[in-house]
Write a protein that binds this ligand. Structure first.
Ligand SMILES: C[S@@+](CC[C@H](N)C(=O)[O-])C[C@H]1O[C@@H](n2cnc3c(N)ncnc32)[C@H](O)[C@@H]1O
Ligand SMILES: [Zn+2]
Ligand SMILES: [Zn+2]
Length: 585
């Protein structure tokens, strides 16, 4: 194995994650790190054929990066949904096989069923066609005259609804926030016309179509649909105000027609004999189910989709044609597998399990870890994944989820920042246990709450990890100047960082320490103190560290040895400290 310093020397100082990554095509997942951003780390820290591990694998992007660089991978996540997505991303079947199976499904059943469920009148010429999207709008009851007002009628051209709408009947104002909708009605339809019109035609829903949609709502379902409870104690239930949307179970995330279409499609997929094709179709299905839910927002400019990382149900919903979405998913998956290439069996293993106990891995058996742990109270994967995980019949054990969860009391599974830190520390201990001597672990740190940041660094260091290298992860390819400070007041960089840890100690500071001092001196001198409170975040240790690292990297210098603790030690000797804050003498 090459020496630690040789490996860290070849690590990139900054990587950008292309928004157009091929890996975005197949299945959505909150906070994906595309493989293109992971590959340089794997290449610097391991050899072809080596074993790479990611215990918080999410959608499996570390596995994809391992495949692209000729490594093996063992991936795990607490969420069965994440493991399902990981498997879908890291196996491959020939795209011709997918297309054939889709053709059979269409001929035997789907095309016919689509016509029955989504047949619609072209709003332009009146010919028969198929509905692509149907826009549903909530209606509000006027508190003054009790008449019903359709929100869609008050939306701007871009689809925005003002905070206050005026009653269609008496003209009085109705404040939208908190007003309980009386019902949802179909207000607009986009139809693929089978008559004379060539392109998709958009217009109002015909009376006949409205009656058909209404009748579908009363039709009996023949097949199973998940009915897992969505408890009001879930953080995302509260944050997404689901009590206003009548959500009690997962089934309530779907409109009547989607319930019929999805339950039948899921049943048909389960009848596919070839296990690999069935697996790929299930993979395409869970993404279809997510896109076919009431979370799919209407966007007048196109590109309707649910908001990733939430369970938010908008007031204007763009109901998709389940079968059209599914066909599109299968085609995209075919393109994805073509790009991925053939994957030999057993190159990637994925399993459900908590990162705090990696008992499927032996001591000293792993060459490299690349991982992106959950970040505090940013995202609640167990809640977000539930809606499509329920289809798989297996949902996340949220008691073990590593989050800061304030919506529950500690006795009911709530977790404080210190609980979060303790669980992460246990995960870092496991990573160290399974790594070979001298092996490195690269960890993604998202920019977020300072206390979470500190908890995460503390957890790594308490497990005996030492920082060897820091790199910037630019997920959205914004220009350096485009970054906003956490306070939102100043345009300073708070990047996501990839910190590479190892064992031993790092003595040499390669001038990064002196550079950091210069940067912080200038920053503190420039700080406008008028009206600033004693606890100005821009003087906090976390802020100063992030600033120093970002600026040093901005000059194309690797801040070697400039760990959080080394930086803190420098600040302690050079500045006046008061709690977490520093100032010039
Ligand atoms: C930031 S995401 C990883 C996303 C990943 N970078 C990707 O590209 O898709 C963090 C993951 O940690 C998982 N997680 C939360 N608690 C966990 C635990 N105790 N053990 C293992 N995984 C956990 C979540 O389910 C989530 O998938
Ligand atoms: Zn037409
Ligand atoms: Zn009124």
């Amino acid at each position: 194995m090459t020496s630690t310093s040789a490996r860290t020397a070849s690590l990139p100082t900054s990587v950008s994650a292309p928004k157009t990554s091929f890996a975005y095509q197949a299945h959505s997942y909150p906070t994906k790190t595309p493989p293109e951003a992971i590959e340089p780390f794997i290449e610097a820290c391991s050899e072809p054929g080596d074993l790479v591990v990611d215990p918080f694998c999410g959608s499996g992007m570390t596995g994809v990066a391992a495949l692209q660089t000729g490594r093996r991978a063992i991936l795990s996540d607490l969420s069965p949904g994440a493991v399902h997505v990981t498997k879908g991303h890291t196996q491959s079947i020939p795209s011709s096989g997918l297309a054939d199976a889709l053709g059979i499904l269409d001929r035997r059943w789907m095309a016919r069923r689509e016509l029955a469920l989504y047949g619609a009148t072209c709003p332009t010429c009146g010919s028969a066609g198929t509905a692509r999207h149907t826009i549903w709008s909530e209606t509000l009851t006027c508190p003054h005259c009790a008449a019903e007002t359709v929100l869609f009628d008050q939306a701007s051209d871009s689809g925005q609804i003002p905070r206050t709408v005026s009653c269609a009947s008496c003209g009085n104002s109705i404040i939208r926030a908190g007003a309980i909708a009386c019902r949802s009605v179909p207000v607009q339809i986009t139809v693929e016309c089978k008559g004379g019109c060539r392109s998709l035609q958009t217009g109002s829903v015909s009376g006949g179509d409205a009656r058909t949609i209404d009748a579908q709502g009363r039709r009996r379902r023949r097949y199973w649909l998940p009915s897992d409870a969505v408890g009001s104690d879930r953080e995302m239930y509260k944050r997404s105000a689901l009590h206003l949307k009548g959500i009690a179970t997962v089934a309530d995330f779907y409109l009547a027609r989607a319930k019929l279409a999805l339950s039948e499609l899921w049943e048909r997929i389960s009848r596919i004999e070839d296990a690999r094709t069935r697996g790929a179709f299930r993979f395409a299905f869970t993404n279809t189910a997510w896109h076919s839910s009431r979370m799919r927002r209407y966007n007048a400019r196109g590109g309707q989709r649910p908001l990733t990382g939430t369970l938010y149900i908008p007031q204007l919903v763009a109901e998709a044609n389940v079968f059209a979405v599914f066909r599109n998913q299968i085609r995209q998956l075919g393109r994805y597998y073509e790009r991925l290439g053939v994957v030999a069996d057993h190159t990637v293993d994925a399993r459900v399990g908590t990162a705090t106990d990696l008992d499927w891995l032996e001591v000293g058996s792993v060459d490299y870890v690349f991982t992106d742990p959950p970040f505090g109270a940013n995202l609640f994967y167990a809640d977000c994944n539930l809606v499509w995980e329920a289809w798989l019949g297996e949902t996340t054990d949220s008691d073990k989820e590593i989050v800061v969860n304030r919506s529950r009391r500690p006795a009911d599974g709530g977790k404080t920042v210190s609980d979060y830190g303790a669980l992460l520390a246990a995960s870092f201990v496991e990573m160290r246990r399974v790594l070979k001597p001298g092996g490195l672990a690269s960890v993604v740190f998202h920019n977020s709450d300072d206390s979470v940041w500190t908890a995460m660094l503390g957890a790594a260091e308490s497990a005996g990890f030492v920082q060897h290298h820091v790199a910037l992860l630019d997920k959205v390819q914004r220009s350096m100047k485009g970054y906003k400070g956490r306070s939102g007041r100043e345009r300073v960089p708070f990047y996501d960082l990839v910190i590479t840890f190892g064992s031993g100690s790092v003595e040499r500071l390669n001038g990064a320490g002196e550079l950091a001092v210069q940067i912080i001196d200038d920053h503190l001198a420039d700080l406008d103190r008028s009206g600033a409170s004693a606890g100005d975040e821009r003087r906090s240790l976390e802020y100063l560290y992030s600033l120093a690292v970002a600026r040093i990297i901005g000059r194309n210098i690797v801040p070697e040895g400039l760990s959080y603790h080394a930086f803190e030690a420098i600040c302690n000797t050079r500045y006046v400290r008061s709690g977490r804050f520093f100032d010039t003498v």
